[in-house]
Write a protein that binds this ligand. Structure first.
Ligand SMILES: [Zn+2]
Length: 196
C-alpha cells in the first residue's frame, strides 16, 4: 500500500507521539496507567471520544475489502467521520487484537490529524496529498497512527512494569494488554531490544 495517497500532515517524532498517546490515556483511561490492563479502546472510541469531540461521528458500515475502518475529516470540513466496517466492529467488541489495534490507529488519526485536515482545503487538496512512498516515516500519517496505536495499547511505563515482573515476554504483554504477539514483540524490541 506504499503507493497509496495520503494527506500531508506535520512531521512527528516518536517521542512526540509517545507524549500524545500518554495524554490520550490520562484523559480517557488513567486506570490503565496504574496497573497493566487492556485499554478499553472499543468503549473509548464508541462512547468517550464522541463525547469529547462534538464534531466526531462514529458509525458502523460496510467498507470495500481490505478496508477495516476509515477516518475522514476532509469531505465535510469541521466534521470527523469515523466508519468502522461491520466485521471490524464485531471483532472489536469480541476483544480481537487486530481490531483493537485498528481502533487505536483510527483514534490516532482523530487525535493527531483531524485538526490539520481543514488546511487541506486552504492549500488546495491536490497539493495536500502525497504518495506514502515519497514520505519519510515521521511525515507519513499511517506510520504516525500505527505508532500512536502501539503507544496507547502498550504504554511505555506499563511495559516497564510488565518486563520487571515477567521479563521481555511477548506472551505476557499479549495476555495482559490484549494485543497481538507480533505487536507485542515489535514494541518490546523497540523499547528494550531483544525479546524472549
Ligand atoms: Zn490509517
Amino acid at each position: 500500500m506504499n503507493g497509496m495517497r495520503v494527506p500531508v500532515v506535520s512531521g512527528m517524532s516518536k517521542e512526540g507521539i509517545e507524549r500524545a498517546a500518554l495524554r490520550f490515556l490520562q484523559k480517557y483511561n488513567p486506570e490503565s496507567l496504574a496497573s497493566p490492563s487492556p485499554v478499553p479502546i472499543a468503549d473509548i472510541i464508541e462512547f468517550d471520544m464522541p463525547n469529547e469531540h462534538l464534531n466526531l461521528v462514529v458509525r458502523v458500515g460496510t467498507l470495500p475489502p481490505p478496508l477495516e475502518a476509515i477516518t475522514d475529516s476532509i469531505t465535510r470540513p469541521g466534521m470527523i467521520d469515523l466508519v468502522l466496517d461491520i466485521l471490524t466492529y464485531e471483532a472489536l467488541r469480541d476483544g480481537n487484537c487486530r481490531a483493537r489495534f485498528t481502533a487505536a490507529h483510527e483514534a490516532g488519526h482523530i487525535e493527531l490529524h483531524a485538526h490539520q485536515m481543514p488546511d487541506a482545503f486552504h492549500t488546495g487538496m491536490y497539493q495536500a496529498f502525497a504518495r506514502r512512498s515519497d514520505l519519510p516515516a515521521y511525515r507519513d500519517p499511517e506510520w504516525q497512527a500505527n505508532y500512536f496505536a502501539a503507544c496507547v495499547l502498550m504504554n511505555r511505563e506499563v511495559m516497564k512494569a510488565i518486563v520487571a515482573k515477567h521479563g521481555r515476554s511477548a506472551e505476557a504483554v499479549s495476555d495482559l494488554l490484549q494485543v497481538s504477539l507480533p505487536a507485542a514483540s515489535r514494541r518490546l524490541m523497540y523499547l528494550f531490544g531483544a525479546v524472549k
